[in-house]
Design a protein around this ligand. Structure first.
Ligand SMILES: Nc1nc2c(c(=O)[nH]1)N(C=O)[C@@H](CNc1ccc(C(=O)N[C@@H](CCC(=O)O)C(=O)O)cc1)CN2
Ligand SMILES: Nc1nc2c(ncn2[C@@H]2O[C@H](COP(=O)(O)OP(=O)(O)OP(=O)(O)O)[C@@H](O)[C@H]2O)c(=O)[nH]1
Ligand SMILES: [Mg+2]
Length: 437
């Protein structure tokens, strides 16, 4: 167990004033701090009502105090929690009192979790999951984060890591002791058969990454079309808020505007863009350049057309949903639309919401929430997959080169959870085989 020199503290609850404020303290000086503040130690892991006193004996506040002696705490260190009344002056007085202790200092962001990681209480996936859980704003983000923070995703990687470790151990054994009776010749075949099963599992796991990213980062829906089509009016209607400026002047919107929506528990990132047209106006042209950029990043493009005008119709990009708007006005367009709406009287808006959710779910159908969701996961998992695939190509290269591929795959997988170990390779070799005699 790592023993950090300094004891750290922070307000772990939200903004004051509030009903309660939780001050968390972690490190070896926790018992001394509690002795000074409340005159002794509360029973471990039980809430105790105590008065918290400053050095001069004045009561600062009376609240519930919790002590989690090391190593059975969130960080693995001694942890105390002071459940205070959530007033600004209360929190400030306790903060001041804590800072007076010679070995105490305010915690840096994420430092409690970092110590938990260093003490083996959390792996990297769980730590990321915890950060995502705190940031989660939609139900699906919460479910994804819970699965990651509570070890559901990690356990898949540990399972794969164990199988890889076993495979490597068997190959190493074959390399070192080719004539051993205890290592049958068919062992190698079993190893490569399991490696190819691993490849399939890893590849199908990686295919879920897009779903994970969409759940975590949001489904990007971009509204595009010609100037004055009614794009900003649609953005405001879907957001039910007056976000974008709407005027009858073509070329009103220049910047890309964005709003977060929650649809069916999913985060939808809705973008409003400058109307697309040829123009010499510098600001508008920059707006159009930005619009074109975000269009290429869209998960779903809603191409808006004013069905009441008879101007030249633009060709919507492939895959876009073609929406005719201003259906409250006389129709001049003969175009076949995917959907007809009016933001003025609300016609078709629910259908459009349904269509967005349907397109979203076509991309995101998680059978389980134990799926990757970050670029970091993608990098490490694809490196591992590529090395596993390499190990199966050209067996004639020899066992030692193929064993090296497995080592690379193993290391990459270890980086996902942050637990790269070679110790258990030795354990498997010497634990399961009677090679050494
Ligand atoms: N008051 C309070 N509520 C909280 C937290 C907290 O730190 N304090 N948490 C903070 O994120 C979350 C709960 N997570 C926790 C995770 C581990 C331990 C803990 O004491 N673990 C020990 C003992 C385990 C056990 O008794 O089963 C350990 O792992 O050894 C505590 C809270 C959410 N709610
Ligand atoms: N009758 C009617 N008018 C609409 C509707 N939607 C938008 N408008 C009007 O059309 C004009 C342009 O609307 P905007 O939402 O600003 O259009 P835009 O596509 O964002 O335009 P730019 O930002 O200039 O590209 C405004 O005068 C709106 O009031 C609708 O459904 N019915
Ligand atoms: Mg606009």
């Amino acid at each position: 167990m790592l023993s950090h020199k300094e004891t750290i503290f922070a307000l772990s609850s939200g903004a004051v004033p509030a009903g309660l404020a939780v001050m968390r303290i972690s490190g070896k000086d926790v018992p001394a701090v509690l002795a000074a503040l409340i005159g002794g130690l509360p029973p471990p892991r039980r809430a105790a009502l105590r008065s918290i006193r400053s050095r001069n004996g004045q009561v600062i506040d009376t609240g519930l105090v919790l002590l989690f002696p090391a190593p059975h705490s969130f960080t693995g260190e001694n942890v105390a929690e002071l459940h205070l009344h959530g007033g600004r002056a209360v929190v400030e007085a306790v903060h001041r009192e804590l800072a007076e202790f010679p070995n105490l200092r305010p915690a840096a962001p994420g430092e409690f979790s970092r110590r938990a990681f260093e003490n083996g209480k959390l792996d990297l996936i769980e730590a990321e999951g915890l950060a995502d859980l705190i940031a989660a704003e939609t139900e699906m983000q919460r479910r994804l984060a819970v699965e990651q923070s509570s070890g559901g995703l990690s356990s898949i990687y540990y399972g794969w890591s164990d199988r890889l470790t076993r495979a490597r151990a068997l190959i190493e054994a074959e390399l070192d002791f080719p004539d051993e009776d205890d290592v049958p010749g068919s062992v190698s075949d079993q190893v490569w058969a399991d490696v190819s099963r691993l490849i399939e599992e890893l590849a199908s796991h990686l295919q879920q990454l897009e779903a994970g990213e969409i759940i975590r980062d949001g489904f990007k829906v971009v509204i595009a079309g010609k100037p004055n089509a009614g794009k900003s009016s649609l953005m405001n209607a879907l957001a039910k808020r007056d976000i974008a400026i709407v005027t009858e002047i073509a070329g009103t919107t220049r910047d890309v505007l964005q709003v977060d929506l929650s649809m069916d528990g999913y985060l939808v990132k809705l973008y409003d863009t400058a109307g697309l047209r040829d123009t010499d106006e510098v600001v508008e042209r920059e707006g159009i350049r930005r619009a074109e950029k975000i269009i290429t990043e869209a998960d779903l493009l809603i191409f808006i057309e004013d069905l009441s005008t008879d101007s030249v119709r633009a060709e919507p990009p492939k895959g876009a949903v073609l929406v005719g708007t201003k259906s409250d006005l006389p129709r001049r367009s003969l175009r076949q639309y995917d959907l007809v709406i009016s933001t003025k009287d609300g016609v078709g808006l629910d259908t459009l919401r349904g269509l967005i959710v349907q397109r979203l779910k076509a991309k995101v159908q998680p059978q389980s929430m134990a799926i990757p969701s970050r670029a970091r996961h993608r990098e490490a998992l694809s490196t591992s997959l590529a090395a596993l695939q390499a190990s199966l190509i050209a067996p004639s290269r020899g066992l030692d080169l193929r064993a090296e591929d497995l080592r690379v795959a193993s290391d990459a997988l270890g980086r996902v959870t942050g637990r790269v170990d070679v110790e258990n390779l030795l354990d498997v070799i010497f634990g399961e085989f009677c090679i050494g005699k």
